[in-house]
Design a protein around this ligand. Structure first.
Ligand SMILES: *Cc1c(COP(=O)(O)O)cnc(C)c1O
Length: 225
């Protein structure tokens, strides 16, 4: 077994254990490949991983092109500027960082007609710190309605990057708030099936609070340079 398959199976086992301990279904695993070369993504794809997350549109495009035809699923998980919305809508399968009406309109307008609807998560800022990306909890219903009304978009759920408080337990509150918002969104939009939260340092806690998709970089690829 090579290094990539070993890292992937070790992580999968830890995720299974965390889910079992929490009495939750195991979440989907998004491999966060920012700063990693296409070859590293290819090795993980060969090991069976199919969903990858990227933070920067420009950096991602080279990898998406290099690995096209392999059936990989690409998620944008970094801040999206409106002037990059066209390229994001053309090349990604999911955008997890939609937090304002202008982005909804731009993605909807630019998603090519020949492709499946673009899967969209609303990014929420659960900590209420000013200057951070993500909408407020109160803005979720209106954004959700706008996404659901766009035929070229598909509302899949919510995403959050809670403040990385030093005490792990202190992060629980933000994850729990996200779970509440997610339940409310699901009752208004029954097609919603994704709550994206949890990274290398805190995914067991996120799973315990109801995450359905964890975004893992370091624990799969090693520390970023
Ligand atoms: C980098 C990043 C991750 C992965 O972080 P790790 O700590 O390396 O697992 C997850 N989500 C987002 C939004 C990121 O930017």
């Amino acid at each position: 077994m090579n290094e990539a398959s070993a890292a992937l199976s070790a992580l999968r086992e830890q995720v299974q254990n965390a889910a079992r301990e929490a009495g939750r279904p195991p979440p989907r695993l998004l491999a966060v490949s920012k700063t990693q070369p296409a070859e590293a993504v290819a090795r993980l794809a060969d090991a069976g991983q199919c969903a990858f997350g990227e933070n920067y549109v420009q950096e991602a495009l080279g990898k998406i092109r290099a690995l096209s035809g392999r059936g990989l699923e690409w998620h944008l998980i970094g801040n999206l500027q409106s002037n990059k919305a066209r390229e994001a809508a053309q090349h990604f399968d999911w955008v997890q960082t939609v937090d304002r009406p202008k982005l909804v309109a731009a993605l909807a307008a630019h998603r090519p007609a020949g492709l499946n609807p673009l899967n969209v998560l609303i990014q929420v800022n659960p900590d209420g710190e000013a200057g951070k990306s993500g909408c407020t909890p109160g803005q979720v219903p209106e954004l959700a309605a706008a996404i659901a009304a766009a035929p070229s978009l598909r509302l899949r759920g919510l995403m959050a990057i809670p403040e990385p408080l030093p005490g792990l337990e202190d992060r629980r509150e933000a994850f729990a708030l996200m779970a509440k918002l997610y339940a409310a969104l699901q009752s208004a939009h029954p097609g919603v099936d994704t709550l994206s939260m949890g990274m290398s340092a805190d995914y067991p806690l996120a799973i315990a609070e109801g995450s359905t998709m964890i975004r893992i970089g370091t624990a799969l690829f090693g520390a970023r340079g």
